[in-house]
Design a binder for this molecule. Structure first.
Ligand code: OAD
Length: 265
């Protein structure tokens, strides 16, 4: 099945998912590239995935940044002007029905927190506020000294590397590179969610990248329930209490409709 294709919805699975969400005390979500697929942002793995087609990127970015942050910024700014399918897709993407449904679930008080592996800012733009961007956000910079974050667009790039206006530390794009440790504040929040959740909603991720993939598993070990929304089977499927084999946009919108109906009943 092509990635992003809408599948026929299994009404029983949608109803069961909504009921479980309604009955849970603390719902946390882990989302991945599949949530943004319907916004035209390519996934990494699987049919049509960026890495399936072009191979995995080099793993030396973090080392290069540390050895010469100024040169790294020079290269990164030059790369922005090169033709990149991923950058073009990200720049033209708009939140889709799945992002909007997650924001609605949050506003209804049914979704306590989302851990997103996506760097595209689309959940934030859809209105999600209780969000940990575990792999960063491509529109932000982060200080390597104090950990403070700022909009990339507000930072002067006249001198490279740019320096933190608060502490003078070196700034880096917020996107987490291969080999780079996950920022401590983000990691702390993820472990907190894994400890608090009595239900994990896992949407559009192949769940093969750690530590992200570990949080639903940790919650499950503590007795939490797990719902998976993904057109394809993943390593987490055997752990799931409910599996919705559908594209995220249609599935999440249908779950929100069901939650509204259950609230009014
Ligand atoms: P992947 O590309 O590994 O997986 C995308 C998942 O989305 C697959 O399981 C697809 O079946 C599913 N999918 C595709 N279309 C969908 C749709 N319309 N609705 C729901 N699901 C759909 O992406 P991630 O799991 O996000 O990290 O990858 C995790 C990390 O791998 C990324 O954050 C990235 C990469 O290393 C960094 O760059 C640091």
């Amino acid at each position: 099945m092509p990635v992003g294709a809408t599948t026929d919805l299994d009404d029983a699975a949608i109803r069961a998912a909504a009921t479980l969400i309604q009955r849970s005390r603390h719902v946390a979500a882990l989302v991945g590239a599949g949530l943004s697929a319907e916004s035209g942002v390519p996934t990494f793995r699987g049919d049509g995935g960026l890495w399936t087609r072009f191979g995995e990127p080099t793993f030396d970015g973090w080392e290069l940044f540390n050895s010469d942050p100024g040169a790294w910024w020079d290269d990164a700014l030059a790369a922005q002007h090169r033709d990149s399918e991923f950058a073009r897709a990200l720049d033209s993407a708009r939140p889709n029905a799945g992002h909007v449904a997650m924001a609605e679930m949050e506003q209804m008080g049914r979704l306590a927190h989302t851990i997103t592996q996506n760097i595209d800012d689309l959940q934030h733009r859809a209105g999600c506020r209780k969000l940990t961007e575990i792999h960063g956000n491509r529109y932000l910079v982060r200080c390597m000294n104090c950990g403070g974050r700022d909009r990339l667009s507000t930072i002067s790039l006249d001198r490279l590397p740019p320096l933190c206006p608060e502490c003078g530390g070196t700034l880096k794009t917020d996107t987490v590179m291969f080999g780079e440790p996950i920022p401590e504040d983000a990691l702390r929040e993820c472990y907190r969610q894994a400890a608090l959740a009595d239900l994990f909603l896992v949407v559009g991720t192949s769940a093969v990248v750690y530590p992200a993939a570990e949080f639903p598993v940790m919650a499950k070990r503590r007795g939490a329930a797990l719902i998976e929304i993904n057109p394809e089977e993943t390593d987490l499927t055997p752990l799931a209490d409910i599996v919705v084999r559908a594209a995220a946009g249609a599935a999440l919108a249908a779950i929100v409709d069901e939650l509204r109906a259950e609230t009014m009943a």
